[in-house]
Design a protein around this ligand. Sequence first.
Ligand code: XMP
Length: 511
Amino acid sequence: MSREKVVILDFGGQYTQLLARRIRELHVYSEILPHNTRAEQVRAQQPQALIFAGCAGSVDDEDAPGVDPAMYELGIPLLGICYGMQLMAKDLGGTVRGAGRRELRKTVLDVRKTDGLFAGLKREITVRLSHGDFVSTVPPGFAVSASAPNLPVAAMEDTGRQFYAVQFHPEVEYSPHGKAMLQNFLYKAAGLAVNWSVASFIEDTVRQIRETVTGEAQAVCGLSGGVDSSVAAVMVHKAIGDRLHCIFVDHGLLRKNEAKQVLSVFRDRLRMKVTAVDAAEHFLGKLAGVYDPEEKRKIIGAEFIRVFEREAAKIGKADYLVQGTVYPDVIESGTAAGAVIKSHHNVGGLPEDLNFKLVEPLRYLFKDEVRLVGEELGLPEEIVWRHPFPGPGLAVRVLGEVTREKLEIVRAADAILLEEIKAAGLYRDIWQAFAVLPDIRSVGVTRDRRTYAYTVALRAVTGQDAMTADWYRFPHDLLAKISARIVKEVPRVNRVVYDITTKPPATIEWE
Ligand code: XMP
């Protein structure tokens, strides 16, 4: 049985993923496909509805993204948003004109039809219209369902074919009635049932994995202890049991007790097959004498892949590689239509040409949804709520050359910081908190004796996505306690500073 769903065609607009999320919040499963997907491929997915998302371009641009004309023949309800509306108008025989300006204006709509998308809403609703182009004549079969001053067609619909289109974005925060419109489209027009829940997502995904990784096929997974790879691994384990082999590479750059804790959760508690590789000496050797941050990253990335491949080969023939790719990773690496927003520095990840078929059960989830899935799967809190940790680990938090001594210092300080944050009940309020060891020493005094020792920097940030971040406003007493503990308990440290820089211009990590 295939899962009921909506397919969203992506034209590279900035709100596409938000739209997918809004739909999921209405408990309907949605999947995003590039706008140039063939109609046959969409049909094969058996969606109950189709949405053309918006984008900033104009349908008259030379390279304007379009759709397979057969998309209009799928016989399922269609919603066009902004650019999607203009594309529908153009493709179906209406006309689109340029307004010459592209500002976003708060506008009161005059709703003319209250039985379709606007059912249950007032006749006057406020939206923000946000596009330069507009539909000047609706295509045959369509009626104007809302208009606005200076805008004859703010929304249109063809109730016979169940085609709807709006000039504004119902998914964005400043469209207060947008949710009701999406509900009307999903539940009433498309007859979709409220059936997306974390439990049903797990059930469906596990079934799909079982149908993909069949027979004796084996899968490998690089387990890091991070929430994404952990949840992905547990999900795949639920589907194929011991045909999943996890590989945990300890590069010696992990936090205090991290390796032990990850193994105890996955091996002892969840009874999963995990090969642990203690490669600490190897990595330290490779990093000796290396000061440049990018050089460190490159070395760690390359070694990680080498170690992983060697271990995977020992397992025998594995066709599948499980990856904890989440939706923001998909967005960040760019979609067919979208610009590359951020070239992701996923060091500690694996390259695509490893000759495996990928299993990415979390590909369409946002981080908070991954956490909900993790909780539902029974993963312990310390995994589900773990702060993100970079692939190159403490190597990017020990500035300059990475040595055993410096790793010990940063690890001990980090453990104190995290322990105190957890004890104060603040761990979940913070996106990421950690200690850094800048390559500086300064003069201090301990029990009347002069010291010349390391400075530890603390970093704690809040944010949604690591693209931007603000420094966390700790209560001063807590900072005082953390600082006092670090200088007392961590040898060779006589000074603690707190990083109060936002991102940008600083990054979250120091290297
Ligand atoms: P920055 O320091 O760029 O970090 O503000 C943003 C987020 O990415 C993490 N990060 C990395 N993750 N490999 C990773 O897997 C890396 O090389 C890397 N560098 C930074 C960082 O911890 C933060 O969450």
